[in-house]
Design a protein around this ligand. Sequence first.
Ligand SMILES: *Cc1c(COP(=O)(O)O)cnc(C)c1O
Length: 398
Amino acid sequence: MTDKVFSKPFTQQEAIPEAGIERAVEVLRSGRLHRYNVADGETAEVAQLETAFADYIGQQYCLACASGGYAMHIALKAAGIKHGDKVLTNAFTLAPVPGAINNAGGEPVLVEIDENYLVDLKHLEQMMIEFRAGFFIISHMRGHIADMDAIVKLCDQHQVILIEDCAHTMGAYWNGKRSGTFGRIGCFSTQTYKHLNSGEGGFLTTDDAQIMARAVMHSGSYMLFERHDAAPDVSVFADIKLDTPNYSGRMDNLRAAILRAQLPLLDENCRRWNDRYRALEKVLSSNPRIQLSQRPHKEAFVGSSFQFRIEELNQGQIDDFVQTCAARGVELKWFGGKEPHGFTSRYDSWRYLDNKQHLPNTLHILATTFDLRIPLTFSVDDMIVIGEIISDVASGVF
Ligand SMILES: *Cc1c(COP(=O)(O)O)cnc(C)c1O
């Protein structure tokens, strides 16, 4: 038993590194905020950031853009989606994923998840066959990475183009290979609650020159594509540039300056997230009522959030559990509610989807899942206190 109360906010991020603030001020003083507005001989912050991120991920090409959702939208367009095409995605994801599919003219087809929040491979194959989907945006939701070797194989077998939503796996690996490099395209977010913070922003990465050239044109490059470094040779644009609509969604130099200073700290921050994740996991593992995710040994994840499940709670007990934790300063999300709250993601709240699917496994898992964010402003000791409070309250609600 503990009567501890936790008092730090769950939404407070760390400050932008001083080097980023200084560089951002220089960009502001220069007045050259637009990525294509460069002085003679200058390489824009955005172009430098793209090169640095392409190197980090180990892909040839990178496009920095306005958001992660935007990156997925133009990823689908650049990969050749046609109006009405079916696009697979996991049923447990965040609203920007079905939104990006809709924005690209596609129709989402949802795939069940299992109790470890991984895509259900049998259901995936069934949906591939039933809907003849040409695309699969796998969303590594909350940082859980499914068996990527099996997924790549299935996609090849059924001629499905794989696009990865790495909003929660920037810095993670599967079997020694970076998340985001398994699919034809990787999409990342630099929105405040992700692994890099520019307020809003995103990246698209690929090794495919045609796709990259189309993505650059879509992002709104006004025929200034030669000012990209992490992009294919200008000759690749010759056939593409007049056939690719401008869906303006560039990143600007101010945000790029902020991000460029954070990128060298990313791997160390991933380790810090995992120290916090493991500390919480250790405390919760001593309570048999709490089910923790089994993480495959090939998965080198980034523990920037934590999910656990409690079976057998009725509605009153769930409300009680969440409210008592909140009263003691621990903000939990529960994905089972009829109405979405904050950022919660239950697929039946995307009522605009044409395809009305019923996914009983996903609904059951979400109805028994609790989720919390791990901001780096929390210490390892904070995670122990949070774990003690959760465990204590969980024991009390039965
Ligand atoms: C944040 C997020 C995105 C992209 O979000 P943006 O706000 O558009 O950058 C995509 N997928 C998931 C799972 C996310 O959490």
